[in-house]
Design a protein. Structure first.
Length: 131
């Protein structure tokens, strides 16, 4: 059952990410400096590697979150949401902000990617505690 919840949490966060980045595509592309093709899409949008890496990384994150939840006794939806929010907002996003600030990346990119990390971890926390 743990494997199912990890996979489901990763897929849910991936789906949320698709919606998040489709909604914020233009500001994200501008802030990230991604090369854009004539069709207005990222020039590398046909490359499957980033999508594969993304789902693998989300499975790793969901697996670690499940492990931490198990050790901490996080077993209700409310606790899962709160723990996921805390992980995204207070662990992942500050790390992203540190890396982006040293790299001289725009603040907008910190908010877009940090927002995805925060809400994505929150969604994972919910799914992990529901299954």
């Amino acid at each position: 059952m743990e494997v199912v919840s990890v996979i489901a949490a990763a897929i849910t966060a991936y789906a949320f990410g698709a919606i998040w980045y489709m909604t914020l595509a233009k500001p994200w592309m501008a802030a990230s400096g991604v090369e854009v093709g004539e069709d207005g899409r990222p020039a590398n949008s046909a490359n499957k590697v980033p999508y594969i890496v993304s789902i693998i990384c989300l499975i790793v994150v969901a697996g670690m979150m499940r492990h931490v939840f198990s050790l901490a006794g996080i077993d209700t939806a409310g606790k899962g949401v709160l723990a996921g929010l805390g992980i995204g907002l207070f662990l992942v996003t500050p790390w992203v902000a540190t890396n982006y600030t040293f790299a001289g990346r725009p603040k907008a990119l910190i908010f877009i990617d940090g927002g995805y990390a925060t809400i994505g971890c929150t969604v994972m926390g919910l799914v992990l505690t529901l299954l």
